[in-house]
Design a protein around this ligand. Structure first.
Ligand code: SF4
Length: 441
């Protein structure tokens, strides 16, 4: 297919597809899905070899959020039966993180519900970061605390945070249909603050909320502009008790097309399969490893994931390998001196947003197609199942939660050809952080 050959060539040059080309990937038929995976897989292997980075979520504070993000089980007015608890103590968080690290994760993602942290919260999380780093040499820590005020990103960086996650989630044009208590611009501002403080920016999306192909392309191109190092791709987990509970819009093949599109648009960024992979990709999860080079190990913030052991077996069976703490995640040209995943050899930064159709992709430090990447130091959740946060306290919480006017939802039996609702695959997390039950990492 000419389209795919063109996109592979562009991906190897870090050149973005056109908007029409990105839309065309999403419009390919199920008959072509293996061709799409094979093509995007070439780009993935060129920049990341067969390595899979594992990330581990620790929900520091669960539920009770004043924000109204429609997709979120922790939102204002949610009746989902999730765990609700306030801040874990640093030693509790460190203990939770240790389970994921023992399971093979190299990054810990510290997430807290809420619009954004107070300065006291930042101090609390700083203590947690220090506790984790003291006990786990080489670990990367990403914070995901919502909208940041001036100076907070710098404080987190100084405490040892490597990265900050804040997802755009959906397109600017549809953002207010998903959330009313903060804006798309608020989110962009926080990603920029993280970037500006020298943190490795992590920002992604949620697919399956009733958006159009154009919305998906819009948000992914917007992410490319922001140039995050990591792009978590969430597939909506339609929690009962949230406004999007009936939004069963995804098939496994559609998820693969979305991941392929993200890979073509952000060829050299860490593309992470985030929340919802078990629910929507189901038995096709191994194919997604040919597109994404990163995933979350074990459970999510409020829902259960596949057991960590099953994740590791899947990775090995599919012919991939878990990335070690001694390996740098990002290609050398993306690694900034002093930043997350710093490689001694790296001296420049040309991010996802950088493009150069004339640039050579071969040379020192650039992995050859099909090979593993460079050696060096360590590098860097889409704290994705949450999807992101919004900024202050609950003072301005809305009287009326956001609602979304969505396309027709899938019917339970799938008799209209729409994807089947798989509520049987959605399980509220009852183990790990905030409980006395061991996690599944
Ligand atoms: S996504 Fe974050 S800010 Fe939005 S409702 Fe959930 S916890 Fe609150």
């Amino acid at each position: 297919m000419d389209l795919l050959n063109t996109l592979v060539d562009k991906g190897l040059r870090r050149e973005p597809p056109t908007r029409d080309e990105a839309l065309a990937v999403l419009a390919t038929s199920d008959d072509d899905v293996l061709d799409v995976v094979a093509a995007a897989g070439r780009v993935r292997r060129h920049w990341f070899g067969r390595r899979v980075k594992l990330n581990y979520l620790v929900n520091l504070k669960s539920g009770l959020c004043p924000e109204d993000c429609s997709y979120c089980s922790q939102r204002l007015g949610s009746t989902a039966g999730i765990l609700k608890y306030t801040w874990l103590k640093p030693e509790q968080a460190s203990q939770a993180a240790a389970a994921g690290l023992a399971g093979g994760a190299k990054r810990v993602c510290l997430v807290a519900s809420g619009r954004g942290p107070t300065d006291r919260d930042v101090a609390r999380v700083s203590d947690t970061i220090k506790a984790i780093k003291e006990q786990n040499e080489g670990v990367e820590v990403c914070a995901c605390l919502g909208l940041l005020s001036d100076g907070q990103a710098e404080r987190l960086r100084d405490a040892g945070a490597d990265a900050y996650n804040h997802n755009l989630n959906t397109s600017e044009g549809t953002y207010e249909q998903i959330t009313t208590t903060h804006t798309y611009a608020d989110r962009v501002d926080t990603v920029r603050k993280a970037h500006g403080a020298g943190l490795s920016a992590c920002s992604g999306l949620i697919a399956g909320m009733g958006e159009s192909d154009a919305d998906l392309v819009d948000v992914v191109f917007a992410l490319r502009e922001l140039d995050p190092d990591s792009v978590p791709v969430n597939f909506l987990i339609p929690f009962e008790g949230t406004p999007l509970a009936k939004e069963w819009n995804l098939t496994p093949q559609r998820c693969l097309r979305i991941l392929a599109m993200v890979r073509f648009v952000c060829p050299d960024a860490e593309v992470r399969i985030a929340g919802g992979r078990e629910v929507h990709l189901r038995t096709l999860q191994p194919l997604a490893l040919h597109l994404a080079n990163s995933l979350f190990l074990g459970d999510y913030l409020t829902s259960e994931g596949q057991a960590g052991k099953a994740d590791l077996e899947m990775i090995a069976d599919a012919g991939f390998e878990v990335e070690g703490t001694g390996e740098v995640t990002l290609p050398p040209h993306r690694v900034t001196a002093g930043g997350c995943g710093t490689s001694p050899a790296a001296t420049s930064s040309a991010g996802c947003a950088s493009s150069s159709s004339t640039e050579s992709v071969s040379g020192p430090g650039v992995p050859a197609a099909g090979e593993g990447a460079s050696d060096g130091a360590s590098a860097g959740p889409g704290c994705g199942p949450c999807g992101g946060h919004g900024g202050t306290t609950g003072q301005d919480a809305p009287a009326v939660p956001a609602t979304r006017t969505a396309p027709p939802a899938a019917d339970e039996a799938g008799s209209t050809g729409a994807p089947k609702a798989r509520t049987d695959l959605v399980a509220v997390r009852r183990r790990g952080a905030g409980t006395d039950v061991a996690p599944n990492a």
